[in-house]
Ligand binder design. Structure first.
Ligand code: ATR
Length: 285
């Protein structure tokens, strides 16, 4: 027998290309179940060519969805096609969360919020530093730069293999952002209280470069947005060198909260039971 709750209530999606690896259905499915809410959340693969038609059907109500999450490669197009992107999305040029409200398609980007709420939970006080180092200058880096800047951190140093991409972000996000090539990593790290890896280095068990974290402030925290494995090679190195570490799984979980509340009307909580579900799924694959 199917789940009768899916027959009623709002329907939401996660779309990407591909989307089958997304763990968002597990997260939202857990919340729907534990909160006892009617509704559904499912993965819905849409190719880039078909994406505008999908959004048109969402806007005119014929898709049957009230909104959803958008992942790679649709975040920029979702932002462009939304009727009411919020200020965070406008500055980033990308949206990961969509919802219909009064017949208009609203959009926001919750990645940066997911990042800061995870750190608040796992390492409260992380924002007392005046200096943060962010490795990488891709889409994830942007959202984190924005969120860390909006927290009021004095200096944000973005270090990237292709320094031009880091410079673009410095130009976009304002005077407190500084761009550096990889060769300047040690110097950029000096006395920083937070080190963030936003690159794919060390993902899925791939080898990562050795990093000497000793230039960081003594009480610094090191975090990685990669969460497979949970303890990435960079986090393992940082821990061995005596630094506090925070894994990236919480960012994934916390970025999901605002969307769920928009679509299903209740604010869910990120708890250990949810973490355990995702960790068990990671161990299966
Ligand atoms: P995302 O949107 O997920 O952040 P992305 O836009 O592809 O992904 O960005 C990936 C980041 O990882 C970039 O900062 C990239 O550096 P470049 O801008 O120089 O390409 C970085 N990256 C990926 N592989 C890397 C490697 N082997 N060494 C150093 N940096 C790497």
């Amino acid at each position: 027998m199917g789940d009768s709750r899916e027959t009623f209530g709002p329907n939401a999606f996660v779309t990407g290309y591909p989307v089958k690896h997304s763990r968002s259905p597990l997260i939202h499915g857990h919340w729907l179940r534990t909160l006892g809410l009617a509704g559904s959340y499912r993965a819905h693969e849409v190719s880039p060519d078909d994406f505008p038609t999908f959004i048109a059907a969402l806007k005119n109500g014929s898709s049957g969805f009230v909104g959803g999450n958008v992942t790679i490669p649709h975040k920029e197009t979702a932002f462009k096609l939304a009727d009411r992107p919020d200020d965070l999305s406008v500055e980033l040029g990308s949206s990961n969360t969509l919802w219909l409200q009064d017949g208009l398609l609203h959009a926001t980007n919750t990645d940066g919020r997911g990042f800061t709420v995870n750190l608040d939970e796992r390492h409260p006080g992380w924002d007392r530093t005046g200096r943060v180092v962010i490795l990488g200058a891709g889409g994830a880096s942007r959202a984190i730069i924005q969120a860390v800047r909006d927290r009021g951190i004095g200096e944000i140093h973005v270090v990237n293999r292709t320094v031009e991409r880091a410079q673009e972000l410095a130009d976009r996000f304002g005077q407190r952002i500084h761009a550096h090539p990889m060769a300047a990593l040690a110097e950029a790290m000096r006395d920083a209280g937070l080190f963030v890896n936003t690159t794919s280095l060390g993902m899925d068990g791939e080898a990562a470069p050795q990093i000497d974290f000793s230039p960081l402030a003594k009480n610094a925290v090191v975090t990685d947005i990669v969460y497979v494995p949970l303890k990435t090679p960079l986090l393992a190195q940082a821990e061995e060198q005596g630094f506090a570490i925070v894994d990236g799984l919480g960012m994934l979980l916390h970025q999901a909260v605002p969307g769920f509340e928009k679509w299903f009307g209740k604010r869910p909580v990120v708890d250990e039971a949810l973490r355990a579900i995702i960790i068990a799924d990671m161990e299966k694959h």
